[in-house]
Design a protein around this ligand. Structure first.
Ligand SMILES: Nc1ncnc2c1ncn2[C@@H]1O[C@H](COP(=O)(O)OP(=O)(O)OP(=O)(O)O)[C@@H](O)[C@H]1O
Length: 672
């Protein structure tokens, strides 16, 4: 199985230089034999005809499953044939299989483009091979697979056709087709190719190819698809061709006369648009507006960027990218990439900060309220905060709390953010081996995304949060660059006002961000990084300290988390000691907190079991009401509410030595 990066483009069928090339390629239908079972891709609002290509954005859950399970799991796309069937259901999300059109088009998957970040979005480029009839479904979920019957078994070239009527129809069709091509701008490569194809393409393929490039309604295209017989197919397509020619004539006349209408059209050069995107506008005029929905989304993005208050340099880049996006068809793979980029630009907190808030007199109280002990750490934090208050915008040292797991390093960081009224975000650095994890990938790189710092800023939505760089001692190193040196750039007050993430490619001012690091040991912190930080050791706790932390912080916290109160559950002195001494073996208090949680859960069950049963529904039938009364003395009477309690526990439930053993089992420490 192959894995795909976050942004990718996989080509499978030949090597097409462009959509246009594909759209006029002559790879279909010839002597194709398709499998009798095909996975079915549902397309709403568009019809794929044999010999033409279509870009299909994948949104609906079933289509997404098909792409993930059938297409992406292959190493190569070259042999992937799927069925493309139009659904008459207006909402593709409903994916009603009954609404599928009975005739579909077998197609090869020529290209998959898309992105996995921030959410999966794929586009398939498919080329139609031949018609098939949908017989029945072998499976409907996660994506439909159907038994199909191949319909197109086209005869050889029609040059020596015996049917006079068909021969005449063919001549007229060819004449009109070449007339249409002559009216198009030959300097457009795809038109030149179409002209060439007109002579070389076997005549029987002409209706499908032309039906897919002329302007036609969804219904008309379905009629062409339904035309299994050759003559019928010519008959259905010829009027479309003639109508297109008439339309172009009108357009040209209006241009010549220089009337008002034509002035609105900046360039009457007519290009052939790939017959995709619902096949609604195969021929379009350059300068024509695209789908309303798409325009709306771009306008929305533009407004978002305006409101984001970008600095000059960022605004310049965003405006340039926005212009590119407007010119680009939505089906182009780069469209999603630019959009993601612009969305990030619009969402970054360029000028949004949390208001200044620091009350040093209450800071100590807040720290004490959240944590027991940790005097040295709290003292240093107070000094840090005091200097911050005296000299705002401190380019101070980066504090690094070093100590064993579970001693409160992260939670002290969270408290500091709270005291300062800043947003808190934790960046876990354990196992980071690639510098682009910190600094992002360049946008030219497939699967590119911003680094964790920029992602963090987007998440918190302010430009002055507190970032906790967790586990700096576990930073790795690899061929992809040294993440520690990237981190140096982030932390260096001289440089971080102009921090440039590779993906963002414009500087973002990190000088207002507070960084605090945590580590279990200093031994493995890269020396250059260690040099920038002020290490504060947080030693493990003694049994007594753990006892105090438990009674003051952990027990009340766990009671609250489990919906219990002190009147329902109490820990006896010896019970608590037993948990600390026999059921935990750690310097911190994380396991202790887990064990207390386990006890709370067990007690919560007992308390819930003893609660009054929920009131039964009033009995509608009077007779049955009478029966109920005789059967059960506790039966519900509207007037007398007697709680139905089986064995209400004696509250509070006190957890002593024995209760601890009952709930937590035999201690591992005993076994050792
Ligand atoms: N002194 C303390 N007072 C109150 N609660 C504490 C204290 N020390 C730790 N805790 C609690 O213990 C739990 C674990 O703490 P925390 O996650 O901050 O540990 P840590 O040192 O960051 O661990 P790690 O190194 O594994 O990230 C938290 O719920 C925290 O509130």
């Amino acid at each position: 199985m192959c894995t795909f990066p976050d942004n990718f483009r996989v080509r499978g069928y030949g090597s097409f230089a462009s959509v246009d090339e594909l759209c006029t390629s002559n790879m279909a239908p010839r002597s194709v034999r398709i499998p009798s079972r095909l996975p079915i891709l549902l397309v709403s609002g568009g019809v794929l005809l044999p010999g033409s290509s279509m870009r299909i954005p994948v949104h609906a859950p079933r289509n997404m499953q098909l792409v993930k399970n059938h297409v992406m799991k292959r190493n190569s796309l070259s042999s992937i044939i799927i069925g493309v069937a139009a659904t008459t259901s207006k909402d593709p999300q409903t994916e009603d299989l009954a609404a599928l059109h009975g005739i579909g088009t077998a197609a090869v998957v020529a290209q998959v483009t898309g992105t996995n970040w921030p959410k999966p979005a794929y586009t398939l480029l498919v080329t139609g091979l031949c018609r098939f009839r949908l017989d029945d479904f072998v499976q409907e979920k996660p994506y439909p697979i159907a038994h199909v019957t191949q319909l197109d078994k086209l005869p050889g070239d029609l040059t020596d056709v015996n049917d006079d009527e068909l021969a005449a129809l063919l001549d007229t069709f060819k004449e009109k087709a070449s007339l249409l091509v002559d009216m198009l701008d030959i300097t457009v490569p795809v038109v030149a190719k179409l002209k060439k194809m007109l002579d070389s393409l076997p005549s029987q393929h002409l209706p499908d190819v032309f039906a897919s490039i002329v302007k036609a309604t969804y219904k008309e295209k379905l009629q062409v698809l339904d035309a299994v017989g050759l003559r019928e197919r010519f008959e259905k397509t010829l009027p479309l061709l003639i109508r297109q020619i008439e339309g172009l004539r009108l357009l040209q006349n209006s241009k010549e006369q220089g009337n008002k209408k034509s002035k609105k059209i900046p360039d009457v050069r007519i290009v052939v648009k790939p017959p995709g995107e619902g096949g609604r506008r195969p021929l379009r005029i350059v300068g024509d507006q695209d789908d309303d929905g798409e325009v709306d989304e771009i306008t929305e993005l533009e407004n978002k960027i305006k409101q984001a208050n970008l600095p000059a340099q960022a605004l310049k880049v965003a405006t340039r990218e926005l212009k590119r996006l407007k010119k680009m068809p939505a089906a182009m793979p780069d469209h999603a990439v630019i959009r993601n980029y612009l969305e990030l630009m619009a969402e970054l907190p360029w000028s949004k900060s949390s208001p200044y808030q620091l009350d040093i007199t209450h800071a100590r109280e807040d720290l004490d309220a959240d944590h027991y002990g940790l005097d040295k750490l709290k003292q240093r934090v107070m000094e840090y905060l005091a200097v911050r208050q005296l000299k705002n915008n401190l380019r101070g040292p980066i504090l690094c709390f070093v100590g064993p797991p579970g001693v409160g390093k992260t939670s002290v960081g969270r408290s500091i953010a709270h005291i300062l009224g800043r947003e808190f975000h934790r960046i876990s650095l354990g196992g980071v081996v690639d510098s682009s994890d910190i600094r992002g990938h360049r946008r030219t790189y497939i699967g590119s995304m911003p680094g964790r710092v920029v992602q963090g800023l987007r998440t918190v939505g302010t430009n002055n949060p507190l970032f906790l760089l967790d586990e700096v001692d576990k930073l790795g190193r690899s061929m992809q660059g040294d993440p520690a040196s990237a981190l140096l750039e982030v932390l260096d007050p001289e440089q971080n006002a102009h921090f440039t993430d590779h993906y963002l490619n414009v500087p973002f001012d990190l000088s207002q961000v507070i960084f605090i690091a945590t580590a279990n040991t200093t031994a493995t912190i890269p020396p250059a990084l260690l040099d920038r930080m002020e290490v504060i050791s947080v030693p493990g706790y003694t049994q007594e300290e753990k006892h105090n932390i438990a009674t003051r912080h952990l027990v009340p916290k766990q009671l609250k988390e489990h919906g219990l109160t002190g009147e329902e559950l109490q820990f006896s002195e010896e019970g608590l000691k037993s948990i600390i001494g026999r059921y935990t073996r750690e310097a911190g208090v994380r396991t202790l907190e887990r064990r207390l949680g386990a006890v709370c859960r067990a007690v919560a069950v007992k308390v819930a079991e003893g609660l009054p049963k929920p009131k039964q529904h009033a009995v509608e039938n009077k007779e049955s009401k009478e029966e109920d009364k005789t059967d059960d003395v506790h039966a519900v009477d509207e007037d007398i509410k007697v709680p139905h309690v089986d064995h209400p526990p004696n509250l509070p439930i006190v957890i002593d030595n024995h209760a601890v053993k009952d709930i937590l089992g035999v201690s591992q420490n005993y076994i050792c």
